[in-house]
Design a protein. Structure first.
Length: 470
């Protein structure tokens, strides 16, 4: 039985990045200031918005207010999969039509590439590798779940982005006894989330963006000017951007459109020889087709970072400490890692952590505007925000500056959110549905039929119109 590593307080990524180059920390906000744009939240959404704003208008005055350090939320804790939207092809085409789908997928692909270019241009060693990603069938039941996406890809003439691999073909690239073939998506990269976040902070500071860390916004007024209050001071601005990801759930306005789930990652010690044995030597990502998805990637020094999504440690009305570290979820992740890659059973687990996910009913982010038209928000990535946050930042920056960028016509702009039920139904209902979804996934992993009641409850969200995973 492998030992569950203790709570180190931060993700391995952020600790590694801080040890490698802590950079210039940003001070807490002290006193009152006025700026053109105030951004609440220093994750990728907030930071890309600031970077796009500065690129479009170098003279604009921007301040970011972050409760922790930049990247302290999901952006410094994630699996580092940089995705576009090609993986949602059938769903997108059904809801938004063919043209809008292609436009969105191409814009998402451009963001995947732009992140790599940015890191390289700015000298950020973010371990960016654009080697594509495998969507694997990790049980008989998962086999072929990609069929609808392939049919849509064929119809739209974009099949070049996909390749179906048999079990044997997949085994030559990434071998696991549980894999039953895969869909390979050519567009996709992996990145070191912590190095990217700290690198972005450096570039933002160089470009004159004021960043205030350790500065939780305790009150926010959406008037004109907007006003963000922190314990040490206040920022007033003509324009505000709410980039709080899962923490937006704490704001009454978004309580029914963003719900919170947990995702957990375990990181092994380096074992490059073991990776060679299973043939996995590039920077590709592997995700399976469970609803409580496994997302797995390697590092250049030969580690496996093994992620487990779709967890809910409690009623999730607030983002408590179990979202950052939950021994039970970590134990499950370790067992699942060993089931998928038995050759790693005796490789010690060096670190484990978790983070909150901003789940939206569409499984897609939305970028909208509130108040008198001067308060913008972007969230709802549902665990796929590393690439899309770059696109979201581009959308919000163009909107703020009144520029005419074609991304403003994408269907994510002002996407009407699906509302979750009110309390007291929402939190217990989500916990019950989530538990059933996990049990169904686990039964399928074991090659068993899920119990009919569990199957019924697990499918309920989809029957009610929510898209919470495959
Ligand atoms: C464990 C895990 C694994 C993931 N894996 C992947 C992956 O592999 N690929 C992928 O595409 N996506 C993944 N995601 C999701 C992805 O990390 C996010 O969608 C993405 O980083 C979007 O960033 P964001 O800026 O919207 O959110 P965040 O990075 O969470 O930023 C929001 C910020 O707001 C701050 N904040 C909150 N409240 C306040 C307040 N009151 N005042 C001031 N600041 C506040 C938080 O501290 C946080 O820094 C994962 C997420 C988690 C948790």
């Amino acid at each position: 039985m492998t030992t569950v590593p203790p709570d180190a307080g931060r993700s391995w990524w952020l600790r590694e990045a801080l040890a490698d180059d802590p950079g210039e920390p940003a001070p807490p906000l002290r006193g009152d200031l006025t700026t053109d744009v105030v951004i609440l939240g220093g994750g990728y959404t907030g930071m890309w918005t600031a970077l796009h704003l500065k690129e479009l208008d170098p003279g604009i005055d921007v301040a970011i207010v972050e409760q922790d350090i930049v990247g302290g939320g999901a952006s410094g804790r994630n699996g580092g999969f940089v995705n576009s939207f090609w993986g949602d092809l059938e769903y997108l085409a059904y809801h938004f039509g063919d043209r809008a789908t292609i436009a969105l997928c191409e814009a998402g692909e451009e963001s995947v590439k732009a992140i790599g270019r940015f890191a390289s241009d700015q000298g950020i060693d973010a371990w960016y590798r654009a080697d594509g990603e495998y969507v694997v069938a990790a049980s008989e039941e998962q086999f072929g779940r990609w069929a609808d996406d392939l049919i849509t890809a064929d119809r739209l003439g974009v099949s070049q982005h996909f390749q179906v691999l048999s079990t044997d073909e997949l085994r030559e690239r990434v071998a696991s006894p549980v894999f039953r073939g895969a869909l390979f998506r050519t567009v996709g990269a992996t990145v070191h989330p912590g190095r990217l976040a700290l690198g972005m902070r450096r570039v933002l500071l160089e470009r004159g963006v004021r960043i205030f860390e350790d500065s939780p916004v305790t009150r926010f007024g959406t008037g004109d000017p907007a006003r963000a209050e922190t314990p040490g001071g206040t920022v007033q601005a003509g324009v505000a951007v709410v980039a709080l990801n899962a923490w937006a759930h704490h704001w009454k306005r978004f309580r029914r459109t963003v719900v919170v789930r947990g995702s957990y990652i375990v990181m092994t010690e380096p074992a490059p020889d073991r990776l060679k044995e299973i043939g996995w030597t590039d920077g590709s990502g592997v995700a399976d087709m469970r609803s409580a998805v496994h997302y797995v990637r390697t590092t250049p020094d030969g580690r496996i970072s093994f992620g487990l999504g779709g967890m809910q440690p409690n009623l999730a009305r607030r983002i408590g400490p179990r979202f950052a570290y939950d021994p039970r979820a970590i134990e499950i992740a370790i067992a699942d890692l060993h089931r998928m890659f038995p050759g790693f059973v005796d490789v010690p687990i060096e670190a484990a952590w978790g983070g909150p996910i901003d789940v939206s009913g569409h499984h897609l982010p939305t970028f909208g505007t509130l108040g008198k038209g001067n308060v913008h928000y972007g969230h709802g990535y549902t665990g796929n925000g590393v690439g899309p946050a770059h696109l979201g930042g581009r959308i919000m920056a163009n909107r703020i500056l009144g520029k005419a960028d074609p991304v403003l016509d994408l269907p994510l702009v002002d996407l009407e959110p699906l509302r979750f039920p009110p309390e007291p139904v929402r939190s217990p209902g989500a916990l019950v549905a989530n538990t059933a979804i996990r049990r169904k996934d686990e039964a399928e992993d074991d090659g068993e039929e899920p119990n009919p009641l569990i199957d019924f409850v697990a499918k309920l969200p989809r029957r009610l119109g929510y898209n919470l995973g495959p």
